[in-house]
Design a binder for this molecule. Structure first.
Ligand code: IMP
Length: 434
């Protein structure tokens, strides 16, 4: 029987508007699961004029009856999680073991990971990655290194945790003082703080893989919530200017502890243009008044760091690669309203290098490519109130159709504003959207 599960992934460099799509679909699901990344993510959900910026807690928490899961593939920052839980509680969204479970195998982001992220970026100077400084890379590095890692399950082991923290912190202190001339960390204070975090979080830490496999066997619907975007994937993105986990749909089985068939239908979320935050190649970037127009209208400033995002035209050549890799069956197109008022719209259909067409998209070979653009008419009408495809101006409809042709996938849903209802259901075949 085909799986009724759904996986939402970003097909660009993150910030595609996944939060809104997850929120829209969550009411039809029993589980919403994060499988990659950590508090570097910034998923925004707008409900009845209230804006929620989520970093670690899945976007299913706004729907009753949904169990939210932080999978083993996530790097879990207990300090951020508790801050987010407390912030949500103040706004009437209660989080408890009833609606949140964290994998005991998720690796814990410790203060030394955040410190190393900042120190290392500073030391790299002009060669830096431009990370979010959330300790993501150093935590995944320790996961792979093993002997200096701490997992969420360790937080609940009060008898052993202080000794473990002391041993690892001692190593880190030696490295940081020698390598960066940093002040040594206050180890007893860290141990005390993380023991406290463990006490509060203990009821919410458990075997999420077993839970999800049971749900799968029972035919309950699971939504996998991607973080970041395919071009930031550790293996398949614009390495080394990527994040440190498998953020495409390929990361779901390993990052959630489920078999590959659990992935279900994949929805690829794209913006009507492109943005990127941090360093690295970005062929369609418009470092000019057009990029500035997109940045202002799209409020393109990082949800996590507040950094201005780099903006540019849609890159259909890169998107074809991303849909092939992720297996996205349809697209969710967000922020179409941001393009309103432009003189014309451009979309990149391919690249040229040294006067010759580039045959296939290679994320590791983007330096020096020249974009081939197609120019389409734009529109001036405010489209924020459109709720049906037919209500969109002709030029907007033509742009959507051209994206479908160039990327080779139908656009299932179009978002024309931040609010839950500012959505046009178009050609989706996904249960809950169709
Ligand atoms: P890190 O994930 O903090 O190590 O950052 C590595 C790269 O990924 C940087 O270019 C970040 O700006 C980018 N990045 C990480 N998470 C996100 C996200 O959620 N949205 C957009 N960019 C991200």
């Amino acid at each position: 029987m085909p799986s009724k599960n759904v996986t939402i992934v970003g097909l660009q460099w993150g910030d595609e508007g996944k939060g809104k799509i997850v929120d829209a679909l969550a009411r039809t699901c029993r589980y919403v699961v994060r499988f990659c990344g950590g508090a570097n993510a910034g998923h925004t959900v707008n409900i009845a004029g209230q804006k929620f910026a989520m970093h670690l807690i899945p976007c299913g928490v706004f729907n009753r009856g949904v169990m939210n899961v932080i999978g083993n593939g996530v790097v879990f920052d207990p300090a951020v999680a508790l801050e987010e839980i407390d912030g949500l509680a103040k706004r009437g969204v209660g989080i408890s073991a009833e609606n949140l479970l964290v994998s005991s195998a998720a690796h814990v982001v410790m203060p030394w990971h955040k410190l190393q992220d900042s120190l290392s970026e500073k030391a790299l100077g002009g060669g830096k990655i431009g990370t979010t400084a959330r300790g993501i890379g150093p935590c995944y590095a320790d996961k792979a290194y093993r002997s200096t890692a701490i997992r969420a399950g360790d937080l609940t082991d009060a008898a052993r945790l202080p000794e473990k923290i002391a041993r690892i912190a001692e190593i880190k202190n030696r490295i940081f003082t020698a390598l960066y001339g940093a002040e040594p960390m206050d180890v007893p204070a860290i141990a005390e703080q993380y023991l406290q975090h463990g006490r509060r979080l203990a009821p919410m830490i458990g075997d999420t893989g077993a839970l999800l496999r049971r749900a799968l066997a029972d035919g309950q619907r699971i939504l996998f919530e991607g973080g970041q975007g395919t071009m930031l994937d550790i293996d398949h993105g614009t390495y080394p200017f990527v994040t440190s986990s498998s953020v495409s749909s390929c990361g779901v089985p390993a990052g959630a502890g489920v078999p590959p068939r659990a992935v279900g239908k994949v929805v690829g979320v794209i913006k009507a243009y492109t943005s990127r935050v941090g360093a690295g190649p970005f062929p369609t970037e418009q470092d000019n008044p057009i990029g500035e127009y997109l940045r202002q209208r799209g409020r393109e400033y990082g949800t996590t760091t507040g950094r201005p995002r780099r903006c540019g035209w849609l890159d259909a050549f890169a998107l074809r690669y991303a849909v092939e890799l992720t297996g996205a069956e349809e697209l969710a197109l967000s922020l179409l309203d941001v393009l309103t008022g432009l003189e014309e719209i451009r979309v990149c259909t391919g690249y040229r290098r040294g006067g010759r067409a580039v045959e296939s998209f290679d994320p590791a070979a983007l330096e020096g490519v020249e974009c081939l653009y197609e120019t389409l008419p734009a529109w001036r009408e405010d489209i924020g109130g459109c709720r049906r495809f037919e209500e969109l101006p002709q030029a907007a409809r033509d742009y959507v159709r051209r994206i479908e042709e160039l990327v080779g996938r139908p656009v299932g849903l179009i978002s024309v504003g931040a609010d839950r209802d500012a959505t046009i259901l178009h050609r989706s075949s996904i249960e809950g959207l169709a």
